[in-house]
Design a protein around this ligand. Structure first.
Ligand SMILES: Nc1nc2c(ncn2[C@@H]2O[C@H](COP(=O)(O)OP(=O)(O)OP(=O)(O)O)[C@@H](O)[C@H]2O)c(=O)[nH]1
Ligand SMILES: [Mg+2]
Length: 413
């Protein structure tokens, strides 16, 4: 009798325990320790629940990055890289922390009014690439960034943010420039309806991108830069680290799009460059990339790498020879008396001082800056989950305007 009673108690107790366990199990699961032994809390993993269903791998969908933001305020200290990886890796859609990085940063020259288009661009860049790497950002402006700008940008990226003011001497007229002549040149170009021909700020921008952004103190500690502009689109997964690719393959300059320049903006740029080459023969290596920029008659064929996208070596831009070239151009005055763009200036520098092996076409990065696309083709388009139309890629769509296939066809030195 007693036996039966105790058996009954044991059965009831087992049922209670089982029900209790089943009831609690989802809760227990959500409290599993993370790989480093700490319990995840809501502040470290804001979108943890959403991420269970969101692998972040949907083609063409722009995911806001589900990551913890780490900001370097002008007054505050930044989190260390290890901390960033720990904080973000479980909240993002990757399971393994990415530890191998190089000394690189995105660099973005921009204005407060471009906040919305920049956020859209950065959401894509994070979702397609940086949510796994957390590379830092350097934002530069000739006017102070607003608090709203800083906060809204920091909200959307996974790397440290550095906001820098451009020193006046890098964004003003040098004393050897005749400002009356510059003003007349702007008036004349505006009348001739040359794009941005009447704009003074555009000229300061082009000069700054040509010769100064890499000398901003915030850039000092980096070796590699990736230039980004507000409004550009990234249409494919970037499932490896382009910075490391550059470093490991000994590259110095990377591009996505190359086209021919509008000649009315640079009437004397080529002659000024030829003068420099004559004066500095010792600086021009025998194996260079001049073939990319010259036509059959030895003149400028107008080809240039479109500099709104660049991944490159800061040491190259900071080199004595590149700086000597920039200085030579600056003194000639064409940034102000004409409207020299930073794209042909960088490209002619690359062509003079580097060779084909130093330069890389990122064919596999789906990139749009209005109105042009670089879009991966065939299997690449599929594997990288691109939403860009491959026939729109400029080297296919307009072979005469693009220079990229000519670059590919050049022989290696
Ligand atoms: N801070 C600051 N940034 C500028 C200024 N003008 C242009 N920029 C930035 O410089 C870069 C190039 O300017 P854009 O206006 O895009 O020039 P673009 O690419 O030749 O021409 P678009 O076809 O208009 O894109 C962008 O990142 C701009 O945000 C300026 O006056 N101040
Ligand atoms: Mg632009």
């Amino acid at each position: 009798m007693l036996n039966i009673k105790w058996r009954l108690v044991a059965i009831i107790a087992s049922i209670v325990l089982l029900v209790h366990f089943l009831w609690l199990s989802p809760y227990l699961e959500s409290q599993q320790p993370s790989q480093d032994g700490n319990l995840l809390d809501d502040t470290n993993a804001p979108n943890h629940e959403n991420n269970d269903n969101d692998t972040g791998k949907g083609a063409g969908i722009i995911h806001p990055p589900a990551v913890t933001v780490t900001v370097t305020r002008e007054t505050g200290a930044a989190a260390t890289i290890t901390e960033i990886v720990k904080e973000t890796v479980y909240a993002a859609d990757v399971k393994e922390p990415v530890v191998e990085r190089t000394n690189a940063a995105f660099v973005i020259l921009t204005r407060n009014k471009e906040l919305d288009s920049l956020r859209e661009t950065l959401a894509q860049l994070e979702s397609r690439f940086n949510h796994r790497y957390h590379y830092p950002y350097v934002f530069l402006n000739n006017e102070p960034f607003s608090d709203k700008f800083k906060e809204k940008i920091a909200d959307i990226v996974s790397g440290e943010c550095h906001f820098g003011l451009i020193p006046t001497e890098h964004w003003s007229y040098p004393d050897y420039i005749n400002q009356t002549r510059a003003s007349e040149a702007r008036k004349d170009m505006a009348e001739r309806k040359i794009i941005y021909g009447g704009s003074e700020s555009y000229r300061h921008m082009c000069r700054y991108e040509s010769g100064f952004f890499f000398r901003h103190p915030l850039m000092d500690k980096f070796k590699w830069y990736w230039r980004v502009e507000p409004g550009v689109k990234f249409a494919c997964d970037i499932d490896y680290d382009p910075f490391l690719f550059m470093e490991k393959n000994n590259k110095k300059y990377g591009f996505t799009i190359s086209i021919k320049e509008y000649i009315l903006t640079i009437p004397t740029l080529w002659d000024t460059t030829v003068d420099f080459m004559k004066e500095h023969k010792d600086m021009i290596p025998e194996k260079n990339l001049m073939e990319f920029v010259t036509d059959d008659k030895g003149g400028y064929n107008r080809c240039h790498f479109w500099s709104n996208f660049e991944i490159g070596s800061l040491d190259f831009l900071r080199s004595e020879k590149y700086l000597a070239y920039f200085d030579h151009l600056d003194r000639a005055g064409g940034f102000f008396y004409e409207r020299w763009g930073d794209a042909p200036v960088h490209s002619l520098g690359v062509a003079m001082f580097l060779n084909k092996n130093d330069v890389h076409w990122f064919e596999d990065i789906g990139y749009y800056h209005g109105p042009l696309w670089n879009c991966p083709k065939g299997e690449l388009n599929k594997n990288k989950k691109c939403w860009c139309p491959e026939e729109e890629s400029i080297e296919i769509k307009n072979k005469a305007w693009s220079c990229t296939l000519d670059f590919v066809a050049l022989s290696n030195p």
